[in-house]
Design a protein around this ligand. Structure first.
Ligand code: CTP
Ligand code: MG
Length: 235
């Protein structure tokens, strides 16, 4: 039977956050940011292994105690220049060590999405385990969309029907994902785009706003509040 394996690309520098340490290590609710997604994925029973892809030369990971995840995580220092490269290198490392088979499911999740809940992971697994292609968590766009001109004034209002914001995890089988990423056009920012470029249509699975990506300094407060609430309600 196909297994479920999570892969967390954590080799970015967090340039938009503008801090000294990469944002995945920035303290949030008393832990490095990446801890929260790791905890959610490691505590999901159906997920057999969680692979973390660090930048070569990362010095932060080793400063923290990850022993509570021992036995479930594998760490590789093979991150690349882009997220797509980091995911590709991580997949190849897993394959080289015989941890994955072609038909196993890979759940790629950003280290910078600490608000992922176990309920969302379970929903993704339930809805995609029998799927032909795979898919991703995403949320339908709520706000009205404006397209700006060069001077920062509204040029037009864009229809938002059928528009979704992509989140992670994004879940595809090992073979398809590797092939897609290796052939992917430059500049893609998620795994689904690579699969789409092969002509497939990934399934959209409804996520929630808590699973947003921490990108700018102003996002930290909201992430902190979400994690505090989660700790208080133990979910
Ligand atoms: N990532 C990665 N390897 C890269 C670039 C990004 O593994 N070369 C990871 C990040 O660590 C993060 C996820 O991909 O977990 C999403 O990327 P993003 O939010 O863009 O993070 P950064 O690239 O670190 O931030 P920025 O774009 O602001 O520099
Ligand atoms: Mg980036």
């Amino acid at each position: 039977m196909a297994e479920f394996i999570a892969l967390i690309p954590a080799a970015g520098s967090g340039s938009r956050m503008g801090e000294d340490i990469p944002k995945q290590y920035r303290p949030l609710a008393s832990k490095p940011m990446i801890y929260h997604a790791l905890r959610t994925l490691c505590s999901t029973e159906r997920i057999g292994m969680v692979c973390v892809v660090l930048a070569p030369g990362d010095t932060e990971w080793a400063r923290h105690d990850w022993s509570e995840f021992a036995g479930k995580i594998r760490v590789f220092g093979c991150g690349g220049a882009t997220r797509a490269e980091s995911v590709t290198n991580g997949l190849k490392a897993l394959r080289a060590e015989n941890h994955v088979q072609d038909q196993d499911w890979i759940l790629v999740h950003d280290a910078a999405r600490p608000g992922l809940s176990r309920a969302l992971v379970e929903r993704l697994l339930d809805q995609l385990a029998q799927d032909e292609i795979g898919g991703l968590l995403a949320v339908p766009l709520a706000d009205t969309l404006k397209r700006a001109d060069d001077t920062g004034r509204v040029m037009c209002t864009e229809p938002r029907e059928r528009l979704w914001q992509a989140q992670t995890p994004q879940m595809f089988r090992t073979k398809l994902l590797l092939e897609a990423l290796e052939k992917a056009p430059a500049g893609i920012t998620d795994d689904a785009s690579a699969v789409e470029a092969l002509g497939f249509s990934p399934k959209l699975v409804t996520g929630d706003a808590y699973n947003f990506k921490v990108t700018y300094p102003q996002d930290l407060k909201l992430a902190e509040l979400i994690l505090q609430e989660r700790t208080a309600t133990q979910n």
